[in-house]
Design a protein around this ligand. Structure first.
Ligand SMILES: Cc1cc2nc3c(=O)[nH]c(=O)nc-3n(C[C@H](O)[C@H](O)[C@H](O)COP(=O)(O)OP(=O)(O)OC[C@H]3O[C@@H](n4cnc5c(N)ncnc54)[C@H](O)[C@@H]3O)c2cc1C
Length: 429
């Protein structure tokens, strides 16, 4: 018998498992696929390239939420030195990314009048109470006080900081919350040396001291008796434990449990989740295309890029260079190949406009379409107050973690944060 069974090995499940084993609890971790990491999985391929599922960075680097998990383990994430050369794509050109209020005041991307409006908007964000704005969109927030054609087109950049480029979709409260923390921290994002595989390697080291990870083992049923969990039935066996943590994407829990046991608000939330997806392409070249070590974000085009091997040569074999480019697909993308082809064309033409020699230099590319899901696209209905509680109110001993529940921050941060909250509850019970 285990103390806790954890379903899922993404950032959330692996963090919770490592923190619990570190505290002396015995855990069993189940993963239906053959690899740990979930949406952040990363591995070294047979040719020596580190392949990531989208290129992951950590907001606020050593001051961020992912590093908080590591600090609780007595560790620190090994971040690459901060490269101060982040760039933005705007009006088809590459610009220095402004940092902090002074950066916005000086940027040549915008006219003087527009810079003043942007600065006033940032001041309004700094003073705003996120709780008052979760229900509204970033566009609502902006339009209550401002109107300027250049800032209208610049607004997606503020949404992109939490990876939702549509100002009319993203929750203003989520953007305000993140930007306030970023302004206070004074750091942007951190890239872990060795990519996310290094993150999972460290977490795994702790888990294996007092627990086990079972790959290719799908949880099929969460067993509930008299309103409390007693175990999990999998494709191979049944594990009993007084506490169960579900660390998959919340819609997947509906397959594992009699839905009438779940709180109505959780079911409603799940039904209202709006899916989003991205096209992600790794490009391999035999010469560096640029010296940029940091990333690129599109302002008026929903794309992002990282030049991993410039910052961390361990990503590629000698003499090869890798960059990863991603583009958000239209909302509610349903797998239509034509849409992927159009996005690829648009992405490559945006790259060629900035780096005309790039495409002819590419010797290999890997293309994947990935679900980004809730954590990256926080609409008002998916914002913090509406995400389900970490502790299930109707079933004792059941916890939900991951980027679809009420953790702090956005994207992977919600997964790390919800894992810490669930562990605190279990350890203090
Ligand atoms: C292209 C892309 C780029 C991104 N970039 C960033 C970034 O730079 N920074 C950032 O913070 N976030 C980023 N994100 C978001 C981030 O990847 C996610 O928020 C995070 O990985 C979610 O982790 P999780 O543990 O909550 O869930 P997941 O990673 O989805 O893990 C859930 C796991 O549970 C398993 N599972 C589910 N059901 C079962 C079952 N019944 N039995 C056994 N196993 C099961 C799944 O197989 C999966 O491995 C990005 C996402 C994408 C797609």
């Amino acid at each position: 018998m285990a103390d806790v069974v954890i379903i899922g090995t993404g950032y959330a499940g692996m963090s919770a498992a490592a923190l619990l084993t570190h505290a002396g609890r015995k855990v069993v971790v189940l993963e239906e696929s053959g690899m740990v990491g979930g949406r952040a999985c990363s591995y070294r391929d047979e040719k020596g390239y580190t392949r990531e599922y989208g290129a992951h960075s950590h907001r606020l680097a050593h001051k961020g939420i992912a590093n908080e998990v590591f600090k609780r383990l007595g560790e620190e994430i090994d971040f690459l030195p901060e490269a101060k050369d982040a760039k933005l794509i705007f009006k088809g050109r590459l610009w220095e990314r402004p940092e902090g209020p002074m950066g916005f005041l000086k940027t040549p991307m915008l006219s003087f009048r527009a810079r003043l409006v942007l600065l006033a908007l940032l001041v309004k964000i700094k003073k705003a109470d996120p709780a008052a704005w979760y229900d509204k969109t970033l566009l609502d927030f902006y339009q209550t006080s401002f109107q300027h054609p250049e800032i209208d087109t610049f607004l997606p950049f503020l949404g992109m900081t939490i990876m939702c480029p549509s100002p009319d979709k993203v929750s203003a409260g989520e953007v305000i919350d993140f930007l306030q923390r970023a302004l206070a921290a004074g750091v942007g994002v951190g890239e872990p040396r060795g990519g996310s595989s290094r993150i999972f390697f460290t977490l795994r080291k702790y888990i294996e001291k007092n627990g086990s990870i079972h790959l290719h083992e799908k949880a099929e049923k969460i067993i509930v008796e008299n309103s409390r969990t007693t175990g999990v039935k999998t494709s191979k066996t049944t594990y009993t434990a007084p506490d169960i943590i579900f660390a998959g994407r919340l819609p997947q829990v509906l397959e594992l449990i009699d839905n009438s046991f779940l709180p109505a608000a959780t079911i409603d939330y799940i039904k209202n989740i709006e899916n989003s997806s991205s096209l992600v392409i790794d490009f391999i070249t035999e010469k560096p295309v640029t010296g940029i070590c940091s990333g690129i974000l599109g302002v008026d085009i929903p794309i992002w890029a990282r030049f991993q091997s410039n910052a961390d040569p361990s990503f590629t074999p000698d003499g090869k260079y890798m960059s990863t480019w991603g583009m958000m697909l239209p909302w509610h993308f349903d797998g239509d190949k034509k849409i992927v082809e159009q996005a690829e064309k648009r992405l490559k033409s945006a790259i060629s406009a900035i780096f005309p020699n790039f495409m002819p230099m590419v010797v290999e590319e890997r293309k994947i379409v990935v679900p980004v899901m809730n954590g990256n696209v926080l609409t008002p209905a998916q914002s913090k107050p509406y995400r389900p509680d970490i502790q299930c109110s109707s079933i004792q001993g059941l916890y939900f973690i991951g980027d679809t529940v009420r953790g702090d921050g956005c994207s992977g941060d919600i997964s790390f944060s919800s894992a810490m909250k669930a562990v605190d509850k279990i350890l203090s019970a």
